[in-house]
Structure formats: C-alpha cells, structure tokens
Design a binder for this molecule. Structure first.
Ligand code: AQP
Length: 334
C-alpha cells in the first residue's frame, strides 16, 4: 500500500549572505527539525531580491553564502529540496498569472509595501508592489500545506490563500490552500541594544544583532554591552525585557528552563550572566561556522547541489503550472 504523503512545508529565505541569531533560533533551527516530519521544499528568494537594487557580484556571492549557511545550519539534502528561485522559471510564469487574479486594492493593503516604499523612496518599482503575487506563486507552485512564518509575514500567506481560493473557485480545485505555521519552539529574539525591537540584520546599530558570521570576540563584546536594567537579578519578569531576552536566548541554546536559569545564576549578577550567555552562543555557532567555512571552500560541491536540486523543484512546479495553464485555456505544447 502506498504510504500516505507527508504534508509539504515551503519556506523561502532572503539571499543576503548572512543570517542573524534571530533567524537561526527563531526560524531555521525549527525548519531543520521539520525535515523529519514533513516533506520540505526550501528556497533562496533571489527573484525577490531585486525589488531593491543589487550589486551583481554581491548578489552572486551572497546567494552562494546563503545556500552554504542553510546547509551548515542543518538543511539536509537527503530529506529536503533546497534550490535557488531563479533556477525555476515557473515562479516568474505563475507570478504573472497570479498578478491577473489579484486586485490592486489587495496589494495596496500590504504593510510590507508601505514600509519598503518608505525605506526606498527613490525606487518604488512595480516589483515592490506586486511581489506578494510572486510570493503566492512560490507557495502555490509546490502545493504547500504549511508555510512557517513569523507574525510579520502572516499577511502574505493570507494573500496566497485568498488568491488560491479565488482561482480554485473560478475553475476547479487547482491549488492546495496553504496554512501559516507558527513555530512551537523558537523564540522571538530581540535586539541586544533595544529589547523592544526584534533582532534584525538591517538594524542601524549592529551591536544589537548577533550575526552567524560574528567571531567569538564580537559575540562576547555584544553580549557584554547588552542593554539590561539596574536590578541586577537574573529573573524572568515584566519590565526586564533585556534580561528576559538574554534568558530566552540562553534557554534556546542550552535547553534549560527559565527556573533552571534563575537557580543557576542566583546570587550572581549580570557580570556573570552576560558572558555565560555569550559562551553558550559561541559554542552553538562554532560548528555552524566551521561547516560554513568548509562549504565555501568547496564551490564545486555547492554548484552540484544547485544543479541537482533545481530539477527536483522544477518538476513539482511544472506540474502545477501545466494544470493552471490548461484551466485558463492556454494551448499546451504536446
Ligand atoms: N529576531 C528574530 N527572532 C525570531 N525570528 C526571526 N526571524 C527574523 N528575525 C527574527 C525569522 O527568520 C525567518 C527568515 O527571515 P527573513 O530572512 O525573511 O528575515 P526578516 O524576517 O525580514 O528579518 P531580518 O533577518 O532581520 O531581515 P530584515 O533586516 O531584512 O528585516 C523568518 O521566519 C522570520 O520570521
């Protein structure tokens, strides 16, 4: 008897060549765990990258580095397809189709468009406006059941759902209607300099952000300088956002509960706690950084991975696109 198909998860990553500790603990480490229970399709969103101006050499280098980081963080090509979006032309093709099934008003309401058009006021291009259609295409091409998202990206999955339902209703069931998947584990990691803001790679103050590429000295320095409070007691409590954030990070990395952490640092001040968090993070990142360095020295292997994974993704995408084109009334080549 044929095994029941595992549910499919789709996740795309920016190809900025770097990830933060927030990306890792809040998202990617969970995506690594999902590989055991789901059929995972993961990709680097290089088509999305050009909604803002990119330097060609940097984009190439960063895409390669992002791929290597994802492998180093635990994406396993024995279980998962990991590909580069521009290697699968079906994304652009379905995005055009979905442009024509998405309303101007729906796109106007996307908060990310409003934010990004303020940030890049000199380049408010059409791609910035319609990129949710490309994102819907990314998801719907793979008939994804689940899309792991942070709270800020839920709106995009909502749009993909609306467009899928609209298309299915106009023709007949074509797309799986995806569900947003909010991670069970995984913290929202906040900036070390302003614990009311999420840790972000585009923060002006990089002292608040731990990058996966930071060396042990930089990690130690950033944690030692982390904004805390004057209370000096390691305790998880309201009003102690800085300490709460450090405790969350420590808990995520060591697996210890908040109570265990409070006990471990009882009678010890922040002067001992902050370096302990830094040490734990340094230990967590060390093997990832070593594997990243190894992979970056083996470009031929990475290129082989791109070449093997693109056709696997394309096969799935092509099947969906054929269905879509047939339903719309396009003449398919025999
Ligand atoms: N600080 C965070 N804590 C927990 N999860 C986070 N994610 C991002 N920052 C945190 C999650 O990481 C996944 C991949 O995110 P992305 O590459 O789309 O980046 P982002 O959400 O736009 O945030 P970044 O990394 O800081 O980039 P910029 O600076 O461009 O905003 C997502 O699941 C996200 O929720």
């Amino acid at each position: 008897m044929e095994n029941e198909r595992k549910k499919r998860v789709l996740s795309m990553y920016q190809c900025t060549g770097t990830f933060t500790l927030g990306n890792y603990l809040g998202a990617i480490r969970n995506h690594v765990r999902l590989q055991d229970d789901y059929e995972c399709v993961y990709a680097l969103a290089d088509l999305h990258a050009i909604t803002v101006r990119q330097d060609p050499a940097e984009l190439r280098k960063n895409t390669l580095a992002s791929y290597a980081y994802l492998l180093a963080m635990g994406i396993d090509l024995e279980k998962t397809i990991l590909f580069i979006q521009s290697h699968v032309p079906e994304h652009s093709q379905l995005a055009w189709v979905l442009n024509c099934y998405t309303q101007f008003g729906e796109l106007s309401r996307m908060t990310q468009f409003k934010d990004k058009s303020q940030q890049h006021a000199d380049n408010i291009n059409a791609g910035l406006f319609t990129y949710p259609c490309l994102m819907a295409a990314d998801i719907l091409l793979y008939q994804a059941d689940f899309v792991p998202v942070g709270a800020d990206q839920k709106q995009h999955v909502e749009l993909a759902r609306d467009v899928a339902e609209r298309f299915n209703g106009l023709y007949s069931p074509t797309f799986t209607v995806p569900e947003p998947m909010i991670p069970k584990h995984g913290a929202r990691v906040m900036s070390l300099q302003d614990p009311t803001k999420k840790m972000s790679k585009s923060d002006e103050n990089m002292n608040g952000t731990i990058l996966m590429s930071d060396d042990p000295d930089a990690i130690m320095r950033k944690f030692k300088r982390a904004k805390t409070d004057s209370d000096s007691v390691v305790r998880y409590a309201e009003g102690k956002e800085g300490i709460n954030n450090l405790m969350e990070i420590y808990s995520c990395v060591t697996g210890k509960t908040m109570e265990e952490i409070e006990r471990e640092f009882e009678g010890k001040g922040y002067g001992e706690f902050k370096p302990a968090v830094a040490e734990a993070v340094i230990d967590e990142l060390r093997p990832v950084q070593a594997e990243f360095a190894r992979l970056m020295n083996d470009k031929a292997y990475l290129e082989q991975c791109f070449a093997e994974n693109a056709p696997k993704a394309q096969y799935l995408a092509w099947k969906t696109l054929q269905k879509v084109m047939k339903k719309i009334g396009y003449i398919l080549l025999k």
